[in-house]
Ligand binder design. Structure first.
Ligand code: ATP
Length: 343
């Protein structure tokens, strides 16, 4: 059944004079992997804490599964929160940590153990139940925190930067695992992150936060390909904005436009891709950066403004790349990749 797991209406929170959340409306569906993405201080954690019940809103309402929970205590809400520091009990075994919530709710011991083992198997930690948190790696501790959340089968799992403490490689691995796990268990995940790649990798939908407001809600592709505001264009990916006289000259219209770097081909000025109906501009390469799998070109356009172009290194080597600095180039892209960004 496709229902609404969470509905936020005109949600607000002020701390003294600071308006941390300035009126947020969101609907999150059952079984969705939903991310709240935004820079530090944009209000996403405060929204998460209000959903969990740790922070009373200054205004607005919170519904969980169609029930108004705005004024209910955390334990009266069918949600569970996973924090960045995992908050594991150091003196308990892994199994005891995972079973703890069930013990509080007076679930009989045999069932507690069975469910704790099941949850540990869900996160691929079977056999480690007798260890203590200090005897696990960071990634394993992260999994324990998840198992502890899953064991009570909440309707909604709230995750506040849960991968923030992991190094990049492990973080990327856990992103995929977490997404797979979410699909398997079918629980609604609400995931807070300031990392745009993480949000794009994992989410069914993303809400982009800025200064206590949601600027855009959409699938990763919608957010990336059709940014609704200049802020979203810049925060998710390289914005590559053309505006003012440069936009008029290159695009032929007034306004602000975004062209994503990987959509742009870089050719020597005297060459043409031979593809008719291409949009394009000419300019001088100000900087060229060899990235291993790709090369980034920063090009100052004759029309004014600067565009970044990202080329896969299919046949290019680092020696070829160095020769481009200061040279004249033609940039070309499909007209449909010129996206108007509302001001
Ligand atoms: P981060 O990624 O850094 O956690 P965030 O987007 O989650 O940022 P919030 O933590 O929600 O942002 O904070 C939003 C604003 O509210 C910030 O200006 C912050 O300083 C303020 N704020 C948050 N909690 C409190 C509090 N308990 N008391 C006073 N101000 C607070």
């Amino acid at each position: 059944m496709e229902g609404k797991a969470i509905r936020l209406q005109s949600l607000r929170k002020s701390f003294g004079k600071t308006e941390a959340v300035a009126g947020v409306d969101l609907e999150i569906s059952d079984g969705e992997f939903f991310s709240m993405l935004g820079p530090s201080g944009s209000g996403k954690t405060t929204v998460l804490r209000m959903i969990a019940g740790f922070e009373p809103p200054t205004g607005g309402t919170i519904e969980l599964a169609g029930r108004d929970v705005t004024r209910l205590a955390p334990f009266e809400r069918d949600v569970h929160t996973v924090f960045q520091d995992y908050a594991l009990f150091p003196h308990m075994t892994i199994e005891q940590n995972v079973a703890y919530g069930l013990k509080i709710r007076r679930v009989p011991k045999a069932e507690r153990l069975r469910r704790a083992r099941e949850a540990l198997a869900d996160v691929r930690l079977e056999g480690l139940g007798d260890r203590r948190p200090a005897q696990l790696s960071g990634g394993q501790r992260q999994r324990v925190a998840l198992a502890r959340a899953l064991v009570s089968r909440p309707r909604v799992l709230l995750l506040d930067e849960p991968l923030g403490a992991l190094d990049l490689k492990l973080r990327e691995q856990m992103q995929i695992e977490l997404k797979e796990l979410q699909r398997e268990v079918g629980i609604t995940f609400v995931f807070v992150t300031h990392d745009q790649d993480e949000a794009l990798t994992m989410s069914d939908r993303i809400a982009v936060f800025n200064r206590g407001r949601v600027e855009q809600v959409g699938t990763p592709a919608e957010i990336y390909e059709r940014p609704a505001t200049p802020f979203v264009a810049g925060f998710v990916g390289t914005s590559n904005l053309l505006t003012g006289p440069a936009a008029e000259q290159v695009v032929g219209e007034t306004g602000t436009f975004s062209i994503r770097p990987e959509k742009i081909r870089v050719l020597k000025e005297d060459r043409d891709s031979g593809t008719p109906d291409c949009a394009g501009a000419v300019g001088t390469v100000a900087e060229v950066v060899y990235l291993g799998d790709a090369t980034r070109f920063l090009v100052d356009l004759d029309a004014g403004g600067r565009l970044t172009a990202l080329q896969q290194n299919l046949e290019t080597s680092s020696e070829d790349v160095a020769g481009y600095r200061g040279s004249r180039v033609r940039l070309q892209w499909q007209p449909r990749h010129t996206v108007r960004v509302p001001d």
